[in-house]
Design a protein around this ligand. Structure first.
Ligand code: ATP
Length: 304
């Protein structure tokens, strides 16, 4: 597999504190890589290192095959656009002026293409409105537009949906998918919002205490997770022995709710429960596989 970014035993210390510790990760070309970890796990530190904003204490990383110790890393970084922490947007400028400024900073020969980028992020019609009067979601999209200046094929987004309302989250999600699928841009997204990442990511890297606990493709994660169906009944005390009898694994959540970890024949279950006067009130598939996978990883990580 071809990797856009690889790190090997990467470390970053602040005094005696190891913000990154022996971190090894692999971002496949063309992927949307969900970089998951709780607050303080080291996500932003890793992003700051690969953007060249800080130097590692030990270990190394390669971007497009170029090591961080090589001079050629600078040209690799030109293929990368990033938002680190908050988007770098000038609030007293319009969307177009912000992009013009970024084009100047990058030394790009002309402003051609700015309109296309604005269109891509859905800000082509914002005219004279200054970024200060944009919604948070619009600012975030402008930040992505700025990161797209210079036509990168690797986009790094640090917590891109933090603080956004549901509509803003949907817009960012659709934009990321479009960039990945239509423009073949590899995307690294750090986040602790698992539900959101599970709608996007093709690969995951789980970070805890500065180290990668596990990397896994979305496909393999799907396979390794138990399928879960949440069922609501009038009485789980009646449900439990019926499921035992059917040799179906389950977990009781409350007097009326249970999670079932198997495909079930609903009509067979309904008639079995009917005999004991128990009714099914609702039944639905739960999309919590990523969450439970993450929880079991961090529980088993033996933290200091
Ligand atoms: P968040 O989601 O809260 O941004 P994160 O996973 O991005 O978390 P980092 O910002 O990378 O975490 O921080 C990792 C650890 O390193 C934290 O404990 C943080 O306090 C510490 N840290 C980061 N920068 C410095 C610094 N300049 N000096 C000392 N400690 C630092």
């Amino acid at each position: 597999m071809e990797y856009v970014l690889e790190t090997s035993a990467l470390g970053k210390s602040y005094g005696h504190f190891k913000a990154l510790n022996n971190l090894s990760m692999h971002v496949p070309k063309g992927s949307i890589y969900g970089f998951i970890g709780k607050n303080g796990a080291g996500k932003t530190t890793l992003i700051r290192l690969i953007c060249g904003l800080q130097e590692p204490t030990c270990g190394e990383y390669t971007l497009y095959g170029k090591k961080n110790s090589e001079k050629a890393i600078y040209s690799s970084r030109r293929r990368m656009g990033a938002i680190v922490e908050t988007p770098s947007v000038y609030l007293d400028m319009t969307a177009r002026e912000n992009l013009q400024q970024q084009y100047r900073i990058l030394g790009l020969p002309s402003f051609d293409g700015i309109q296309d980028v604005l269109k891509l992020v859905g800000l082509a019609d914002t005219g004279k409105k200054k970024a200060a009067h944009f919604s948070l979601g619009m600012r975030q999209r402008l930040g992505i537009a700025v990161a797209l200046a210079g036509d990168p094929d690797f986009l790094v987004l640090d917590e891109p949906v933090n603080g956004l309302d549901p509509q803003g989250i949907i817009e960012i999600r659709e934009l990321i998918l479009k960039l990945n699928q239509e423009r073949q841009i590899t995307v690294l997204i750090s986040s602790h919002i698992l539900d959101e990442l599970s709608r996007l990511a093709t690969h995951y890297g789980f970070i805890d205490n500065g180290s990668i606990l596990k990397e896994i493709s979305a496909q393999d994660l799907e396979k390794s997770c138990r399928k879960c169906i949440r069922i609501e009944v009038t009485d789980t005390k009646i449900l439990a022995p019926v499921l035992d009898h059917m040799k179906i694994s389950y977990e009781i959540i409350s007097d009326t709710e249970a999670d079932i970890f198997a495909q079930i024949n609903v009509s067979r279950l309904t008639s079995a429960l009917e005999k004991d006067n128990c009714e099914i009130l609702s039944i639905y598939k739960r999309n919590e596989s990523l969450e439970s996978y993450y929880m079991s990883l961090t529980e088993n990580s033996g933290r200091e």
